[in-house]
Design a protein around this ligand. Sequence first.
Ligand code: NI
Length: 401
Amino acid sequence: MRTLTPSDFFEAARRRAPRLVELRRTLHANPELAFEEYETSALVQSVLGELDIEMRTGVARTGVVGVLRGGMAVEGSRCVALRGDMDALPIHEETGLPFASRNAGKMHACGHDSHTTMALGAAMILSELRDELPGTVKFLLQPSEELLPGGASVMIADGALDGPKVDAVFGQHVAPMVPAGAVGFHPGTMMASADEIYITIRGKSGHAAMPQLSIDPVVAACELVIALQKVISRSIDPFQPGVLTIGKIEGGSATNIIPDEVKLQGTLRAMNEEWRKGAHEKIENIIKGVCLGNGTEYELDIRLGYPALNNDPWTTRFAQDAAREMLGANAVFDAPPMMGAEDFAYYLEKIPGTFWWIGAGTAEQGCVAGLHNPKFTIDESILPIGSALMAWVAYRYLTQG
Ligand code: NI
């Protein structure tokens, strides 16, 4: 068996660079929303097919699982998975790029077009080097990262991590405002859980000048928004991160009418599973108390979102070392945790792995907008870098992990 070096991977990636740009632009121009990624899935299947990679389709509806068995694999050798997400967002693109979205109201504003491209780029590189691979690589091209219940959870339920069983999983996400190609790692909890909160406060409507004849849900709702802040400020360990935001409040119709109901919606973010579950009860208790004091009634619906994302410390350090070998120490940074959420967390509940950031470009590199922004774009020089890095990390895991 020949020992491969980072330059073998970089070289293979460089040769594919024009193809990767073309792929990404095709995906970018044809965005599809969560669980509707049919054309995207067809394109993914055609690329994996060209590479002679065995696949399972229709996983989580539009998802594809590719399986590449290495030429040096033996009974009991490892299996490593690389993940790309395929869905776009309901945003109207304003980049003015020649390959901007052709589907009005839909846009790859979270870089999933590039994630899918880089996972396929890794598949191209690894299939070229397949004779030298001492194990199996799985490619998880999943739907619906953006929409509950999250494509990852459905992929797992559909057996994406079985047959062969996956030992470790790696994924990456583009990071705007970070120099193109710099990669950031964080061992441990890197992203938050995110639960959706829906509250309806019911009172009794009437004339605004005669409040004694009504039960005012507006006053109760205002009190509630403030009172709910205590869930964070008074019940979480000050050394633990947590956020509760009421992002939407809706009710009433005129200056002189007390309405009969007010609706509130918000998000609860946390990095501690035990506290998260207890927080749901605290939220309900506060609502109960406020409603009792105001004579109102309530309805509460908390929809469980993604769990916190826990990068396995050993696997993270392993991938970070591999990234340094390939990109040099200057290109690799320690990423801080953040309160965004990611359904990659579901894979990490099942098996060790890590999720890293890859810089998408700075303002000087032509990238001026953040994720989920209608002007979001990436510096395409990262496509071969991210592809080579994924492939290299997979190879290193199979040889040394
Ligand atoms: Ni995303």
